[in-house]
Design a protein around this ligand. Sequence first.
Ligand code: HEC
Ligand code: HEC
Length: 322
Amino acid sequence: MVLWGWVTLSSLLFSCERSYPLQPISEIPDYFPKPFPDDSLNKSTPQRVLLGKELFFETQLSADGKVSCASCHNPKLWYSDKVAHSKSAFADDSTIRNAPPIFNLAWKKPFFWDGGIKNLESLSFAPLQSHSEMRADLAKQIPFLNRKVAYRVLARQAYNSDTINSQVLGRALAVFIKSITSYNSKWDKVQQGKSAFSAYELQGKTIFERKCQSCHKPPLFYDNKHHNIFLDTDSLPKDHEKIFYGRYRITYNAEDIYAYSTPSLRNLVFTAPYMHDGRYKTLEEVLTFYEDGCRPIHHLKSNEKAPLLAFLKTLTDSTVVK
Ligand code: HEC
Ligand code: HEC
């Protein structure tokens, strides 16, 4: 057994190899910023990525053994799902917010639509324990994992631990999540001098630069900030957890009422519906929202929508559907 490489051993232990997009961190283009530094206790290694991947698809981490992280973060949709509010097999309630896609999170901080999570290593415990998501009782679920030799072998190889425990779980999932990167769109090919925009896409790019990129900043197309883009202008709903108040729920700063994290605009064709509550089913609906001149942000003219959409489509990376 000692003679086998870890990849061979692990793929023998986990008989069904799941395909998922993994673009090597080493090939990240030079026009990307530096990722937030790895926690020195949790650097990425191939064994950690592999363990995190297995855990991400592990349905035994949920109360009824049917729901995994991938149930709402489907790799074929850049780890998002098709519905506005996700619903677990067993849950009577759905998630209040839309499940965001997962890619290029090594540059993101904080996480969740309201920025309520600062650290990727601890993020997974929220969905694991949430009543509307996986409803896991870790005291039950973790011993179950450790009954599988494969997990104990991987825990040893990845973290020098005899068993999976909650630290190993949170860290391995974080390493896997950070390994999911996206930088193979037409937009990227243009940056690399391997492709060129059409005249129509260029027209859209000019509109984008004037009206959108102050928040959706290339090359990630997000800015790690929260903004109120005036989706909601009604009086505040009276809910005691302030879940509909956006970032205000976390900071209690009045200017954060209705402010949400700027999402990336990469891979939009895979990630409908849109916005923190999935209220828009199509990109056309989103652009119509940005067209409404009553809102105090740069609004679009109706003849700008089609070229802008053509530009947004150049941000599509189809590696996931291969
Ligand atoms: C029932 C559906 C569901 C399941 C299962 C689920 N998630 Fe999520 N996930 C969501 C929703 C909804 C959000 C948005 C939460 C928010 O912002 O308030 C989210 C947010 C996230 C984010 C934040 C992304 C960002 O850009 O800030 C990450 C990372 C994530 N989930 C990882 C996981 C992991 C890891 C698991 C498994 C341990 C998991 N999710 C299980 C629905 C789900
Ligand atoms: C002031 C900052 C800001 C500007 C300017 C801005 N956006 Fe946004 N955008 C956001 C924020 C914040 C969200 C999330 C809002 C929410 O869900 O409550 C968002 C959401 C989106 C979404 C939905 C993405 C998803 O995954 O749900 C799209 C598409 C989008 N914006 C496109 C554009 C376009 C096109 C423009 C230019 C016309 C633009 N944005 C201008 C901040 C901005």
